[in-house]
Design a binder for this molecule. Structure first.
Ligand SMILES: O=C([O-])CC(=O)C(=O)O
Ligand SMILES: [Mg+2]
Length: 196
């Protein structure tokens, strides 16, 4: 199997169920979609940056491959937007799978108009510093969850979860079982009738 085929397409696997399939671990705390309907799914490309500084993100765009998800530890900073419309335009042109920031973003209406799925801790109009330092391609933390390059990152309306690279196929199979079990519970719920 080609490695890319291991990662399901965005939106096909609910993030809540992906987390359930990992004993309910793996969810990035406090990271939310910046527009309704944003979904992403793909292998992580990681950046660790000084809070509020996006020089490392521009460096990442020199290397990132189609379908990869840019995942950034920005120290949880909410005072400086690490990306906005112009950075998202780059991501779109390079067919990046999406952007996950443990930090902030701006230009949210334009992000939605571009259709670039962005997940972040905060929104602020204040722009980023651009001097570094940063690291690209290392293991980082996002919302308290470890992320290594190539780990499967999935995002939807509920938030973001991270599946370790070596566990993707097992977790995807488990998600299928859980979805089938939920369908049975849904049918049982729909068969309920009021009492009295
Ligand atoms: O100025 C920046 O680097 C962030 C921003 O607003 C954009 O990417 O449009
Ligand atoms: Mg801007």
């Amino acid at each position: 199997m080609q490695e890319r085929d291991v990662y399901p397409v965005a939106g096909s696997q609910p993030v809540a169920t992906v987390s359930d399939a990992m004993d309910r671990f793996g969810v990035a705390d406090g990271i939310r979609p910046l527009w309704r309907g944003a979904v992403l799914s793909g292998p992580a490309f990681t950046v660790w940056t000084r809070p509020g500084d996006n020089k490392g993100l521009h460096a990442a765009f020199e290397e990132i491959r189609r379908g990869e998800v840019l995942v950034v530890n920005g120290g949880g900073d909410s005072t400086r937007a690490l990306i906005g419309e112009l950075v998202a335009q780059k991501a779109k042109a390079l067919q990046v799978g999406g952007i996950v920031l443990d930090g902030a973003a701006r230009d949210v209406e334009e992000l939605e108009a571009l259709g670039v799925p962005v997940f972040a801790r905060a929104v602020t109009p204040a722009g980023p510093w651009k001097t570094g330092p940063f690291r690209v391609g290392c293991t980082i933390a996002v919302g308290g969850v470890p992320v290594s390059p190539g780990d499967w990152v999935v995002g939807d309306g509920d938030g973001v979860a991270v599946v370790p690279r070596g566990e993707v196929e097992v977790v995807v199979a488990r998600v299928g079982e859980l979805i089938a079990g939920e369908a049975e519970r849904r049918a049982a719920n729909q068969a309920l009738v009021p009492r009295g």
